[in-house]
Structure formats: C-alpha cells, structure tokens
Design a protein around this ligand. Sequence first.
Ligand SMILES: [Fe+2]
Ligand SMILES: [Fe+2]
Length: 174
Amino acid sequence: MIIKPKVVAAMNAQIQSEFTAMAQYTAIAVYFDRESLPELAGFFYRQSDEERTHAMKFVHFLLEAGAKPIIPGLPELRNDFGSPEDAVQFALDQEIKVTNQINNLVAIAEQEKDYTSHNFLQWFVMEQVEEVDTMTTLRQTIKHAGGSLLLAEDFVRRNFAAGAAAGSSDEAGA
Ligand SMILES: [Fe+2]
Ligand SMILES: [Fe+2]
C-alpha cells in the first residue's frame, strides 16, 4: 500500500463527514422545500449531490491506493430549523468544521510523509475555500434581504442556479 495507515483511518473518518454533509444538506433542502422556497431548496439539493461526489473522491482514491474504504452509518442529523437564517448558518458552521478537518488531514499526511495523499488532498483544500465562500454569500444574502425571502430566492436563482458559474462548474466533471 503506497499510502499510510494513519492517513487511511483519517480519510475514512472524512468519508463519514462527507456523507453526513450529504444527508444534512438534503435535510436542509427539505426544510426549504416545506417552506415553499424552491430556489433555496434546489441549492441545497445540489449541494447535497456535491457532498456525495466529495465522499466518492475519497472512496475511489483509497481503492486506487490499495486501501479499504469504510462506508459508514450516519450520526443523528438536524431536521428542524428556527428560520432560514438558522438553517444557512448551520450549513456555514458545518463547512467551517469540514475545512478544519481537511486541514487536519493534510497535517497528518505531512507528519506521515505521505506525499501521495498530500497531493490528492490539495483539491479539497481549494474546494473548501469555495464552499465556505458560497455559504457565506448565501448567509449574507438572507441577511441583506431583511426578511424578504423572495428577494433571497431571486438572488439564488440568478447566482446559484443549476449550471451557473458559481460553485458548480467544476463539479459537473467530478
Ligand atoms: Fe464536502
Ligand atoms: Fe461542502
């Protein structure tokens, strides 16, 4: 095996985080769907799909490197939110947590002198810049909309629609 056991263990933990994010974003999408906010719902359904591609990138990398990926069970998820702002803040907090986890993974790869994994992880380092930026923008949008969620819907439709440049362009081929 060309990658290190410690790194494999940490990547398996990351696979759980990515699948958890996938399911959590579906739960947030369902919340917006039930609030009859289809653009915000669509945004989080797409975000959920993206998290699956993140999980699968780790799965395929581990397989190619001769390691065993573990497909995990999921922890308890949040299905109830006090407000749209609350739901988006929760998503942003999750992205910041994932960013710290990715950085920690890079640190482990470095300690283990596992440069194969280190190189693989660089994609995720840059992806998290985009993820945190997108979610920060969305949080600010809802704040600026000042209670008018139809304005927020309009902003999401124009800027984060399926296939729009922001956020999803590099995922299509992932
Ligand atoms: Fe992710
Ligand atoms: Fe993410």
